[in-house]
Design a protein around this ligand. Structure first.
Ligand SMILES: [Fe+2]
Length: 312
């Protein structure tokens, strides 16, 4: 493993992944190249644009006072509420002027090492499809609303934008150590479900929270979930829930702190010491935790999604 620690990675091209590194067996559509990028964004019709507008309006009823100020500022800077699904090219031009990021269209899920490669080059891959009226409230796979409304505003924040790039750079190393689950937990508890402490309370900056109406309220205000100050080591050992509200959220003090914790951490050393499976259950509170609120876990104990339990 010594070579993994010392290798300087060239991020200008896709890496050679050794045969023992697992990458999901996704079938690349014939018209796409190695980068998995669609030649252009889908052309949406007026129904699609109306779905975007309705989703946007629904979120704006719950986000003020609950979403991180950096997120709300990003929505404004990019004018994402101007009507209809945003045009990626125009949005990328605005975003590029702010932080050097762009948004690129991909068919759906793409292989991990390709995803990391785009992030390492400040390209955010966004799904092209938009949900239907039938799947308006809950979708399994991220659509353009989740990807663009949820993720892109945070990329206007210079420090968070740098964090996302560092995350991408960290990806290939995690794959070579076979510790992708651990790095995935860091993404989950920050980029998707992160909370931040602001002067007037706890706010959400994670896209998984901000792109749906229920979790925005639950994550910031409900009694059920734990809210714990983020520690990168601890988070990377913690299991998470994929298809329900989280039993635990991790809170950062600032984006600078998140960036510093991640960049300064010696991931080689961490991966060598991490067991392949998660150590902590997703609802656990452990001795070393700096706890903001210890949750009642009532929602989870009553059965969570599908049981009719209220997200209290
Ligand atoms: Fe996401």
């Amino acid at each position: 493993m010594a070579t993994t620690a010392t290798q300087e990675q060239d991020f200008s091209r896709l890496p050679e992944m050794p045969a023992e590194v697992f990458t999901a067996p996704l079938q690349r559509p014939g018209h796409l190249g190695e980068d998995w990028l669609e030649p252009k964004q889908t052309e949406y019709d007026s129904d699609d644009d109306a779905i975007w507008d309705d989703l946007f309006a629904r979120q704006m009823e719950v986000l003020p006072g609950r979403a991180a100020s950096a997120f709300l500022a990003g929505l404004d800077k990019l004018d994402l509420g101007r009507g209809g699904v945003p045009d990626f090219a125009a949005m990328s031009e605005d975003l590029g002027k702010l932080t050097g990021w762009s948004v690129v269209p991909v068919p759906m899920l793409i292989p991990d090492h390709v995803f990391f490669w785009h992030l390492a080059n400040r390209r955010f891959p966004a799904g092209n499809f938009i949900r239907t009226r039938e799947t308006f409230d809950y979708i399994q796979e991220p659509d353009v609303f989740h990807d663009v409304f949820g993720h892109v505003p945070m990329l206007t924040d210079p420090t968070f934008a740098d964090y996302m790039q560092e995350y991408g750079k960290a990806g290939w190393k995690a794959m070579r150590y076979n510790r992708l689950k651990a790095l995935g937990a860091l993404y989950w508890y920050t980029v998707e479900f992160g909370l931040i402490e602001e002067a007037d309370g706890i706010k959400a900056y994670g896209a998984g929270i901000l792109s749906g109406p229920t979790e925005v309220v639950y994550a910031t205000q409900a009694k059920s979930p734990n809210r714990i100050i983020l520690n990168v080591d601890r988070v990377m050992r913690t299991d998470y829930v994929i298809s329900d509200l989280q039993p635990t959220y991790f809170v950062i003090e600032s984006f600078e702190d998140l960036y510093r914790q991640t960049v300064e951490r010696d991931f080689d050393r961490l991966y060598r010491n991490l067991p392949p499976a998660f150590t902590y259950a997703n609802s656990a509170v452990i001795d070393v935790d700096n706890v903001v609120n210890r949750g009642t876990q009532e929602y989870l104990l009553r059965g969570g999604r599908g049981s009719g339990a209220k997200p209290v």
